[in-house]
Design a protein around this ligand. Structure first.
Ligand code: HEC
Length: 115
């Protein structure tokens, strides 16, 4: 009986070690980051402007986003804004990827994209 207990404990410990910690999100891979940059310039850019200075949608530049909660911005990207043209991107982006985009919109990294 003692042996079984040790085995079960061992298995449980292994599962805990293998499971990713709750809330931890890996950075997108470099290839996926390139895809996300393309998506932001081309798809988001079609409404927010190629340089994200605004168009049909508002500017997504660092000054325009000052004081806006990253979580709110992430939710708008994932779920869209009802009754506005802003569509939901959840079918194409994970939560972590939406957060990655928000961080780069806030620090201006995506507005400096070379093309
Ligand atoms: C079809 C046009 C359209 C596309 C495509 C689009 N947006 Fe929008 N977006 C809008 C509009 C319009 C608003 C403003 C909604 C409102 O009136 O509050 C908006 C709002 C936002 C906001 C909230 C800004 C704020 O200041 O509250 C964020 C963030 C955003 N969009 C990010 C994105 C990202 C990232 C993409 C691409 C993945 C994208 N949008 C693609 C039209 C679009």
């Amino acid at each position: 009986v003692g042996k079984y207990c040790v085995r079960i404990l061992g298995l449980a410990a292994m599962l805990i070690v293998l499971a990713p910690p709750a809330g931890a999100r890996a950075e997108p891979s470099p290839a996926r980051q390139a895809e996300l940059r393309h998506l932001v310039t081309q798809d988001c850019g079609s409404c927010h402007g190629l340089t994200l200075q605004g168009g049909l949608g508002p500017a997504l530049t660092p000054p325009a986003l000052t004081g806006k909660a990253p979580v709110m911005l992430r939710e708008v990207i994932l779920h869209g804004r009802p009754d506005t043209p802003m569509p939901p991107w959840k079918p194409f982006l994970t939560t972590g990827e939406a957060e990655w985009i928000v961080q780069r919109l806030i620090n201006g990294d995506l507005t400096r994209v070379e093309r």
